[in-house]
Design a protein around this ligand. Structure first.
Ligand code: AMP
Length: 400
């Protein structure tokens, strides 16, 4: 199958119980986006056209949300009905972990899948689902080029001091390192800066990806030099349900004094902490902003404070600051959180203009401010699609 034949590129972003899809033309125009939710449960599929309007699924179409194979088969039935004659030239997959060696996307061939499966212990909650999506796509499209795009790859440029922990060196060699995640989002923002703010892109920029998962990344000349996430997607900022930075002594206490085993601690730190755990109310920022409980206020206070702390730390790693970018569901939409983060950060040159902030940017700092502050929607799917198209085209040139 050839991308030049007008065939489409499919992107898959498989979570533990969800599957995000993107359908792109060979010229990388969006044809459709979609989300399967609650795989393994009630399950649902919503597909949208390029303008965001919901597409009506064919009446009586068979659906199966029992597992990722069933969910992908359901998506394909819907796409075939809605886009008759559609051919998929290549499938791009978001894969959370690429390990120490992958600095960019790869074509899945040879023993690549086995090598990615060997990284499952590093990301046990995400990697198995990502690889299940790849296996399902290989069986659905045996002739298509399959490409893996890693959340860790963008951060492999970190210097050693931002790549290691102060453990005996043998652990580093075994792969116990600060990998950093959300790399596809940061790659998108880095590209958007290079295109629309080229002077800023060459400088020192901190990107805050604030969504249900949240992290921050320090960019110098468009490359990642430090990130708040580390070995796992738990470190750094508090998130919807994840704790963020935690003294490892707390884990020892939970084991020794509370009798918790690894599974119980994993459940606590990944699913019952963060905004949800602190507020006792919700992991959703909109719900917390609308609440008048003390606990909801404290959860937001902690979220804002930790972002401010990391701003200071990452600015130190960059030896100064020229720009700040907010993205992710909270960063793109919550003027309150953006304004609160900027409050008290004037010493670092970070100021937010109320009117620009209310208009959602993209520039939200005042004219002439020392640090340019932006709010930009991120787009991980287009990053996957671009990489997939490029590797598929390269493959065709080699085969020609
Ligand atoms: P994401 O994981 O990037 O989809 O982001 C999800 C988070 O964004 C949730 O906490 C939402 O409450 C939050 N969010 C989305 N829209 C808004 C908004 N208008 N104001 C505040 N938070 C928002």
């Amino acid at each position: 199958m050839r991308a030049e034949d007008g065939q489409a590129i499919l992107t898959l972003n498989a979570g533990s119980s969800s599957l995000k899809i993107g359908l792109f033309s060979a010229a990388l125009g969006v044809m459709a986006t979609g989300l399967v939710d609650r795989i393994g449960g009630e399950g649902s599929l919503v597909l949208r056209a390029d303008d965001g309007t919901a597409l009506t699924l064919p009446e009586g179409m068979r659906t199966d949300f029992a597992d990722h194979d069933g969910a992908l088969a359901t998506v394909l039935r819907a796409l075939e009905a809605l886009f008759p004659g559609l051919g998929i030239a290549a499938v791009g997959h978001r894969v959370v972990h690429g390990g120490p060696d992958h600095h960019g996307p790869i074509v899945i061939e040879g023993d690549a899948l086995a090598r990615l499966a060997a990284l499952e212990p590093f990301a046990p909650l995400h990697q198995p689902h990502n690889l299940a999506g790849i296996r399902a796509a290989i069986s659905a499209f045996p002739a298509a080029v399959q490409v893996a795009c890693f959340d860790t790859a963008f951060h492999r440029s970190h210097p050693f001091v931002n790549d290691t922990f102060a453990l005996p060196r043998a652990f580093y060699e075994k792969g116990v390192r600060r990998y950093g995640f959300h790399g596809l989002s940061y790659e998108f923002i880095s590209g958007a800066l290079a295109r629309d703010w080229p002077a800023l892109a060459q400088g020192r920029v901190i990107v805050a990806h604030l969504g249900n998962g949240a992290s921050m990344c320090a960019l110098r000349d468009g490359r990642s030099v430090a990130s708040t996430m580390g070995f796992s997607a738990l470190d750094g900022l508090p998130m919807g349900t994840r704790c963020g930075q935690l003294d490892p002594g707390v884990v020892l206490y939970l084991m020794a004094q509370e009798g918790m085993d690894a599974a119980a601690i994993e459940d606590l730190l990944y699913r019952r902490s963060g905004l949800l755990g602190m507020s006792g109310l919700s992991n959703d920022m909109r719900t917390l902003e609308a609440s008048d409980t003390e606990a909801a206020r404290e959860a937001i206070d902690y979220f804002v404070f930790r972002i401010q702390r990391e701003l200071g730390g990452l600015a130190a790693a960059l030896r100064g600051l020229d720009g700040v970018v907010f993205c992710g569901g909270i960063g793109e939409n919550s003027r309150t959180i953006r304004a609160r983060v900027a409050e008290g950060m004037g010493w670092l040159g970070v100021h937010v203009d109320p009117a620009r902030n209310a208009a959602n940017g993209p520039v939200i700092s005042p004219e002439g401010a020392p640090v340019t502050v932006l709010a930009i929607p991120t787009d991980e799917e287009i990053v996957i699609a671009r990489a997939t198209a490029a590797l598929a085209a390269h493959r065709e040139r080699l085969e020609a």
